[in-house]
Ligand binder design. Structure first.
Ligand code: A3P
Length: 316
């Protein structure tokens, strides 16, 4: 489909002017974000998200992976690549490229990578792609389709925050470049890339309860505790159940943090501008936040977590 057709309604200059007028704020005292439709993001990302929302037409075979930042996106992408794109020896796509190459994040497109955004519109079916955008700003054609499937991965907020803090410090190559107390404050206020976090998770959670055949809701912690069960669940949801135990074990190993971390492409490559591939593979430990958050920070985050999730039936 042509994505330029609809954009003539709002030319690039109009979009840029529109974005300039959006509310703005700093994340961690350093990164300027603006707020569009309730989500905080970089201006370039908002521009791509607007284009996606206005022009994308889904195909019944599409599979969209969705997540807030630092919740296990890379792991989920790797698993789905193996399940959907083949798991045979000669088909090990993860050796050559980081999972983000195989499953492009829609709104990042060509502003941060050399993957052309229009690739999204021309990928062969079944298309496998990803977004960090909240449910509310997804294109109607995705939301209204009963066939296009969505897999969402959520994670404990404190581990997500610590992972995010490390990730952005790593990008700047300076330890503590972003003061942790500022990052905690921004996280609680929802002013962080793709924030607010709790609304993000809850929107997908509520939708998954309404339409379990369309949206599969996963938790990073469940994948850590029982990867076999969760990966089988993903394969079944995608209509590609494993024929035998061996195939399942192969996916688990291929997608394990230990193995992905050891691959040359992930040790030395860089798909995103200024982001070494290695920064997507850190510790992968549940509860790592305990090594960084002060008791005051922990109390603040626990309070907001229980307030936001109250009555939802969701525990993170
Ligand atoms: P930590 O920073 O806590 O180690 P995302 O992929 O959404 O950016 O999330 C990154 C987090 O997932 C990081 O967490 C990273 O170490 C972890 N991760 C990446 N690949 C993983 C894998 N194959 N298995 C488990 N955790 C993984």
């Amino acid at each position: 489909m042509s994505c330029d057709k609809e954009l003539t309604l709002h030319n690039e200059g109009d979009i840029e002017k529109f974005i300039e007028q959006l509310p703005s704020a700093l994340f961690g005292d350093k990164i300027e974000l603006c707020q569009w439709e309730g989500v905080w993001c970089w201006p370039t990302t908002i521009k791509a998200a607007m284009k996606f929302k206005a022009t994308f037409k889904t195909d019944p075979n599409d599979v969209l992976l969705a997540s807030a930042m630092k919740t296990g996106t890379t792991w989920l992408k790797a698993i789905c690549v193996c399940i959907m794109r083949g798991n045979k020896e000669e088909e090990d796509l993860l050796i050559k490229d980081i999972p983000h190459f195989h499953v492009p994040t829609i709104e990042i497109g060509n502003s941060f990578t050399n993957i052309p955004i229009d690739h999204l519109y021309t990928m062969p079916s079944p298309r496998l792609f990803h977004t960090h955008l909240p449910y509310r700003v997804l294109p109607d054609s995705i939301k209204n389709s009963d066939n296009c499937k969505i897999i969402y991965i959520a994670r404990n907020p404190m581990d997500t925050l610590i992972s995010m803090w490390h990730f952005f410090n790593n990008m700047k190559r300076v330890e503590n470049f972003f003061p942790l107390e500022k990052v905690v404050e921004c996280f609680c206020n929802g002013v962080h890339p793709y924030g607010p976090f709790f609304e993000h998770v809850l929107e997908y959670w509520e939708e998954s309860k309404q339409r379990p055949q369309k949206i599969l809701f996963l938790k990073y912690e469940d994948l850590k505790i029982d990867p076999k069960k969760e990966v089988e669940k993903i394969a079944l949801f995608l209509g590609k159940p494993f024929g035998n135990e061996e195939d399942l074990e192969k996916v688990l190993w291929r997608c394990s943090l230990e193995r992905l971390k050891s691959l040359e492409v992930n040790k030395s490559g860089s798909l995103l501008t200024n982001v070494p591939n290695s920064s997507f593979f850190r510790k992968g430990v549940v509860g790592d936040w305990k090594n960084y958050l002060t008791p005051e920070m922990e109390e603040k985050l626990e309070k907001i977590t229980s307030m936001k999730l109250q009555g939802s039936g969701l525990e993170l």
